[in-house]
Structures are given as C-alpha cells and as structure tokens.
Write a protein that binds this ligand. Structure first.
Ligand SMILES: [Zn+2]
Length: 323
C-alpha cells in the first residue's frame, strides 16, 4: 500500500509529496525540506497511518533537490532507517553543502557568460546560500543502480535513472501494478524545469556547447518513460495521474512551441540568452534569472543541434544568432 503525504515547503512549488510504502521494510520515499513545520506535518501524516518516525526502516531519495531530501539526516538519525539512493546521487546526499557550493559556481559562470549582470548574479548567489539550509545530509547505506531493483516483502520496484530535471532523477516502477513513483521527472500540472547542474556521472550530462545539455537529456529521459507500461504516476508534486504518454506528448509540444518562439527572437537580431529570457518573461527573468536562463539555454541547445542557431563568444559574453 502506497500513501501520499503532501508536506509543506517554503518554495514556490508548494507542497512536496512524500510517499509512505506500507510493506516490509516500512519505507518513506523523499523526506520534505529541513524545517520544523515540514517535520511536524510529516509526523502527523505518519500518525494518521498508525506510524511514527522511529518506525521507519528505509528512506529512499528520488533526487538531489532540498525539498525532497532536506530531512534525510534528521529522519535517519531518529529511526536508524537504511538510506537508499541511486549510485550517482549518493555523494550529493552525503555532502550536500559542498555539492551545492560547486553547483552555484557552475551557475554563476553560466549566468555571467550569458549576459546576466554581475549584481544580479551576486544577489542570486546569496539567495541560493540561504536556501541551502533547507537541505540536509546523511550517510547512504545502499546504492541503487539504473536497471536494478528495490525489493520489499510484497513488491519489487524497478529502478531507473532519468536525468534532466536534475542529474540524479530516479524513478521507481512496480510492474505488477503499473505504479510509477516519478519524483519530479513527470508532474501533471507543471513542466519540470531542466535545471543545468553539475554532471554526476552515468548519463547525467555530457557537456555540449560548454555546458550540460539538460533539456536534451530530459527529452531523452521522457522518451524512455513514455514507452513504459505505466498505469498511474505518483509524482513529487501535485495529484496522482494516468495517461502519462499524453502528458509527455504535451510537454514535447510545449518545448517545440518555446523553441520556435526563441528561434524567431534570434532571427530578429542577435541576442544573449538573458535578453531572450527578458523578452519572454519580463521581470521574472531577473528574480528567477537562473531558472529562466536554463529554460532558454535548453531550447537553444535544441536549436543548435538542429543547425538553426549558433553561439559566438564576444569578449566573454555569448551572442546567439542564426546559424
Ligand atoms: Zn526537483
């Protein structure tokens, strides 16, 4: 039996779904962010099903974002639960702070290179540091592998690496029921941002154009998931849903429309990726500069791969123009 426990987060995305798998071992998939409020609601959720934190025997993490793994250290300490994660994700869970710092360095270099002003970059870096407190660390006891399995007394989950939204995205599939524990790989009501992050190994981002091509990687991952005999998706945010192939097709259409829009802007005149983000999202391109930059660069990667757009370095800042 799998229960969804929606736990509050301080982020724009709203609540995050932790999944309680009532089987042997008693398992929690994702933990919520590292905050007292989130922990209190998680404890309420566990109590509704007759459990407490100390009863947890296994904690599984779907990916490296702080709304999904923040409480891992607190919960593992209190319960003694076995912590399980994909092999590529394990070092991030064990060293969240230093990993986040290295990721911010990559983001800073990318932002400056694509036309975001230095003062905006400095402000965003401070915000990112403050957000790091919602994350957390724990030793990983068991490393999982792409194509491997996670066994319970009453079910077996297949483990698949599906990088794109983050380099460590992992999904878990029960072939007996068709349930897919999707994390942030596939969410019904929002498209998962292909955030550019440090590659972690596996297929998590061979660099192209001097950066990991997150959107191309994400679309490859979606193509693989589309072919799976999924009956319902239990996502990391929002409601459980069916017809995953239709949701994936909608995403492909949305990315195609966005790529066309960006190609038109570049055809008008050469621009930086940040100028494109501002043309599309206005002021949001400043307050959410990295997010919107990743959206633009992902689609630029698509257009570069098709031979429609090229990048030229002009004194350290990249200008995008028709190929
Ligand atoms: Zn995420």
């Amino acid at each position: 039996m799998i229960h969804t426990l929606p736990i509050p987060t301080p982020f724009a995305v709203g609540r995050v779904n932790c999944l309680l798998i009532e089987d042997d071992p008693l398992t929690l998939v994702d933990t919520g962010p590292n905050s007292g409020k989130s922990l209190a609601e998680l404890e309420d959720g566990l109590r509704e099903h007759g459990h407490k934190v100390e009863d947890l025997e296994r904690i599984v993490i779907t990916h490296q974002h702080n709304d999904h793994l923040g409480l891992v250290g607190v919960l593992a300490d209190r319960s003694g639960a076995e912590v399980c994660a994909l092999d590529h994700l394990a070092p991030v869970i064990e060293g969240f702070g230093s990993h986040a710092e290295a990721n911010d360095e990559l983001a800073e270099a990318l932002m400056l290179r694509h036309g975001i002003p230095r003062d905006v970059v400095t402000a965003l870096r401070a915000v990112s540091r403050a957000f790091r407190g919602w994350g957390g660390s724990a030793p990983v006891d068991t490393q999982l592998h792409d194509g491997g399995e996670l066994g319970f007394a009453g079910l077996t989950l297949q483990v698949f690496h599906r990088p794109g939204h983050s380099p460590s995205d992992t999904i878990f599939f029960d072939p007996a029921t068709g349930d897919l524990l999707g994390g942030d790989h596939l969410i019904k009501h929002i498209s998962s941002n292909p955030l550019i992050s440090r590659p972690l190994g596996g297929r998590s981002g061979e660099p192209g154009n001097g950066r990991p091509r997150a959107l191309l990687m994400y679309m490859d991952s979606l193509r693989e998931t589309r072919e799976m005999p999924v009956r319902r998706v239990l996502p990391g945010h929002g409601d459980t849903f069916g017809d995953h192939a239709a949701v994936i097709d909608e995403r492909f259409e949305m990315h195609e429309r966005r790529a066309r829009k960006i190609a038109r802007l570049i055809a008008q005149r050469p621009r930086t990726a940040h100028e494109i983000a501002q043309a599309i999202w206005g002021n949001v391109a400043v307050t959410q500069a990295y997010l919107t930059l990743c959206e633009v660069l992902g689609h630029v990667d698509l257009l570069v791969e098709r031979g429609e757009v090229a990048e030229t370095d002009r004194g350290g800042i990249v200008e995008l123009h028709p190929a």
